[in-house]
Ligand binder design. Sequence first.
Ligand SMILES: NC(=O)c1ccc[n+]([C@@H]2O[C@H](COP(=O)([O-])OP(=O)(O)OC[C@H]3O[C@@H](n4cnc5c(N)ncnc54)[C@H](O)[C@@H]3O)[C@@H](O)[C@H]2O)c1
Length: 262
Amino acid sequence: MTEAVVITGGGSGIGRAIALRVAKAGGSVAVLDRDLERAQDVERECWEAGSPRTLAVGGDVSSEDDVSGAFDRVAEAFGGVDGVVANAGIEVNGHIAELGLSTWRRVIDTNLTGTFLTVQAAARRMRSDDRGGSIVCVSSPSAFVGFAGGSNAAYGSSKGGVSALVRAAALDLAPDGIRVNGLVPGATDTPMLYFGLDGDEREAERRRLRTLAEAQIPLARMADPGEVANAAFWLLSRESSYVTGSHLVCDGGLMAKSANDF
Ligand SMILES: NC(=O)c1ccc[n+]([C@@H]2O[C@H](COP(=O)([O-])OP(=O)(O)OC[C@H]3O[C@@H](n4cnc5c(N)ncnc54)[C@H](O)[C@@H]3O)[C@@H](O)[C@H]2O)c1
């Protein structure tokens, strides 16, 4: 399942780390990202890491035309698709009483509709090639628990939808030998955590998050994106051949722990 892999949002963070993990294992890698330049940088890195065939495609996962066009290009370049990671996502926070409808729609369009369109395009391609496959959808702890800091209605709802979609798609696609699973990364040190910050602000936020992680995460640190990529790689690979409709939690123990001391 790791011979030819498409990764949405592969231009940064967790998606980039998954692309490099697949490349190091000798798989072909297609990176779809709305930021084409970053996708091309990662494409180059994958090539240098040993990927035999690489492709960078610019596009927005919330656009049906962009997603289906990207899968057509991948099929043409690679001859088919074995693995797909629906990873592209954004987090925009806002108190439920103040959250604007346009913000809600932007988060749902990217995270949930983008995942739906990616899974659908992947399923259509894999079914027509009749060769099975593995699809991994990147969810979040917020699909299962509320974030203590609050203001997470849009993001949490989008990821709750992603996790429900994983189960529904797994049942629909099992007869075709296509597995669908969710990956649940905990706090992972990626650019998403520092969106809109630069220079000193960024470093101050990183120090704040590291201190928080030490105090509150059982493993006492944030994840490196490469650790999350290893979990994604296992779900993509044949090592997980009997796993579908499931979630792999890679969160340093975050969800195992209640914030309360009683
Ligand atoms: N970093 C964390 O702590 C964390 C924790 C749990 C889940 N996640 C999830 O992991 C996934 C990756 O997050 P990350 O931390 O690597 O973020 P990131 O911001 O580093 O990378 C996200 C990538 O997605 C791309 N992208 C965003 N919207 C897009 C769109 N509409 N179309 C195409 N590409 C788009 C961005 O250009 C970027 O390259 C997201 O789904 C996120 O919700 C992250």
